[in-house]
Design a protein around this ligand. Structure first.
Ligand code: NAP
Length: 288
């Protein structure tokens, strides 16, 4: 019996000193669901005010409720990250309610499993527009505001380990995330003189209740998630929250252009003898 990697301290445990983000406003795209909401809660626990930016009012409400229950001030701001005018309006609304935004988490994403040969131009653009263009446009907005005010800032881009390995069956999302990883490095160098740090976080599998049905369906059963990882467990959402807050905190003041992978080593996995290969098309449900 192997123990696997140990569990982290429980949710709610402080990782940074209390008030590490006091007086800071954090803008999180897609902060109303899943991992975005978990990161929002952790920023709030550290004293931040949080703007939850996304398209769906119900999602935003859930994000705001979670931040408030973690002790932070929050506002939901309607935002489609593909639209520069909507991003500007969302930052304006966030700043009017909570004060100047100096931390941005580019977490919003879209993804759906499909064989590359079957992917339509619209399907390709739907994902790359949100993941790559959305990240760039929001980052530019934060940079514009911070440089106008001559204030330091921090940007965190949420990738996926597919950005490092490729993602058969998810070629659109993997390519877009890899491009964001590259963008992270360019912006880190361009914007360091302006006092703005740009880092990335690449999560492995972090199951949560908002996970889309088509993504859930790719897993044979949630019960076997743990045994399919070298760590013998999946990621806990608050672990991601700790990583996100650290990378945006003053304790990471000299850290920029970095991608932190948090996946229990899963993307490095390689067996001596690989299992027989099942073509991606056969792993996906039949197309209707
Ligand atoms: P999720 O629950 O599906 O969250 C995606 C979020 O993006 C939603 O809140 C959605 O909000 C928002 N969004 C989508 N399109 C948008 C747009 N055009 N404008 C503004 N917001 C938009 O996914 P998740 O699992 O929490 O993933 C969060 C991040 O972690 C993503 O970047 C994902 O790629 C990454 N990740 C997750 C895992 C995992 O195991 N869960 C693993 C690796 C990487 P609205 O619908 O309200 O707009």
């Amino acid at each position: 019996m192997y123990p696997g990697l140990p569990e982290p301290p429980p949710p709610g445990t402080a990782m940074l000193p209390p008030g590490a983000f006091a007086g800071v406003t954090v803008f999180i795209t897609g902060g109303g669901t899943g991992l975005g909401r978990a990161m929002a809660a952790e920023f709030a626990r550290c004293g931040a005010a949080v703007a939850i930016a996304s398209r769906d009012a119900g999602h935003r409400e859930r994000g705001v409720a979670e931040v408030r229950s973690a002790g932070g001030a929050a506002i939901g701001v309607p935002c489609d990250v593909r639209d520069p005018a909507a991003i500007r309006a969302a930052f304006d609304a966030a700043e009017e309610a909570l004060g100047p935004v100096t931390v941005l988490v580019n977490n919003a994403a879209a993804n759906f499993p499909i064989a590359a040969a079957d992917l339509s131009p619209n399907g390709w653009r739907a994902v790359t527009d949100i993941v790559l263009d959305g990240t760039f446009l929001c980052s530019q907005e934060l940079h514009r505001r911070c440089t106008t005010r001559q204030s330091p800032g921090a940007i965190l881009n949420i990738l996926a380990t597919q950005a490092l390995t490729g993602g058969p069956g998810m070629s659109h999302a993997a390519a877009a995330k890899a491009a964001v990883g590259n963008l992270t490095k360019s912006l880190a160098v361009e914007w360091a003189p302006d006092g703005i740090r740009v880092n990335a976080l690449a999560p492995g599998l972090f199951p949560h209740e908002d996970m889309r049905e088509d993504l859930k369906a790719l897993r044979p059963s949630p019960d076997t998630d743990a045994t399919r990882q070298p760590a013998l467990r999946t990621g806990r959402r608050h672990e991601l929250g700790w990583a996100a807050t650290y990378l945006c905190s003053p304790y990471a003041a000299f850290l920029t252009g970095h991608t932190l992978v948090i996946d229990g080593g899963n993307h490095l996995r390689r067996d001596f003898v690989m299992p027989p290969h099942t073509p991606i098309r056969e792993q996906l449900p039949p197309r209707g």
